[in-house]
Structure formats: structure tokens, C-alpha cells
Design a protein around this ligand. Structure first.
Ligand code: ADP
Ligand code: MG
Length: 157
């Protein structure tokens, strides 16, 4: 199952992240794909805002992972870019399908740690502030989340 949504500004991508946030449950795994500057971290910032994270979500690139515990459920934000397949002893598996929602940028670098069931968001820069966000679900659980997200995003003010 795959759904495409185009956003025309950073704020719209944040709003879409907020819409997804309200559908999320502990243990969820969301993979984020797309070039540098596509909008992956921007999307997660909307998720953090709606969950009620204690601070703004910023790129975890230099930390590998950032955790936000104060929201409705914990938010784990991994950026595997600098790991390049040398991850295995870090214990990231504790956070993937753990008690919170786990968002992973550059997931291909930690492929062995990823569950078969997951939601994948691929973002393409269409030029200017336009982005195409493509959501694909592996598993019925994530299909439902995508459908709920669309509904909530469609009825936003
Ligand atoms: P990534 O994490 O994919 O490297 P970021 O989210 O850090 O990307 O950066 C995306 C950049 O693109 C930000 O500077 C943001 O303001 C800009 N931008 C412009 N239009 C959009 C849009 N429609 N959605 C998301 N970001 C956008
Ligand atoms: Mg990023």
C-alpha cells in the first residue's frame, strides 16, 4: 500500500507529521528516506510537537540518536548516516520496537536491525518548497495509521 501527498511548504510537512503523531503507538517503527534537505527531520519535528516532546526536534546527526520522553509516548529519533553499517554493538535494537515510536533516517545503514513490519516515508524534493511524500506500509497496523493520518491532515484548519 502506498500513498502520495504533496506539501508546498515546511509548515505543511510539519502539519503532516503532527497528523501522523496522533495515530502512533509504542513500538512503531518509521523509516525516513530521501536526500539531505528533503525534509525528514522537519517531518519528525511535527511528530514531536504533537506528541508533546519536551523540546524541539533537531537533527540527531552528530548524536546518532535523540530521545524525547515527556510526550504521550517516547519519541526516538535515529540518524544512521554516520554509522555506515558499523552499528551493531550500540544497542539501538532496544529502541527499535521498544516502548516508543522510533523514527530512523538513513535506515539502510542499519538494515539488519529493522523489523519486517514498518512504515516507510520517502521524500522527494520537487523544487522550491514543494515536496512529494510517499508513505508505504508493511503490515495492516501501518496501513491503518496512514489512512488515519490522511483523514486528520485533510480536516486540519
Ligand atoms: P533532512 O532531514 O531530510 O536532511 P531537513 O528537514 O533537515 O531535511 O531540512 C529540510 C529543509 O527544506 C529545511 O530547511 C526546510 O525549511 C526546507 N523545506 C522547504 N520546503 C519544505 C517542505 N515542503 N517540507 C519540508 N521541508 C521544506
Ligand atoms: Mg535530517
Amino acid at each position: 500500500m502506498e500513498k502520495f501527498i504533496i506539501t508546498k511548504s515546511k509548515d505543511e510537512t510539519v502539519a503532516l507529521g503532527e497528523a501522523l503523531a496522533s495515530t502512533l503507538a509504542g513500538g512503531d517503527v518509521i523509516l525516513l528516506k530521501g536526500d539531505l534537505g528533503a525534509g525528514k527531520t522537519t517531518f519528525v519535528s511535527g511528530v514531536g510537537k504533537a506528541l508533546g516532546a519536551e523540546s524541539n526536534v533537531i537533527s540527531p546527526t552528530f548524536n546518532i540518536m535523540k530521545c524525547y520522553f515527556k510526550g504521550r509516548i517516547p519519541l526516538y529519533h535515529i540518524d544512521a548516516y554516520r554509522l555506515e553499517n558499523q552499528n551493531i554493538e550500540l544497542g539501538l535494537d532496544e529502541f527499535i520496537e521498544g516502548d516508543g515510536a522510533c523514527f530512523i533516517e538513513w535506515p539502510d545503514f542499519i538494515a539488519p536491525l529493522l523489523p519486517a513490519e514498518r512504515l516507510t516515508l520517502s521524500i522527494h524534493n520537487l523544487g522550491g518548497d514543494n515536496r512529494q511524500l510517499s508513505f508505504s506500509a508493511e503490515g495492516e497496523h501501518y496501513e491503518k495509521e496512514i489512512m488515519k493520518m490522511e483523514e486528520i491532515y485533510g480536516t486540519r484548519k
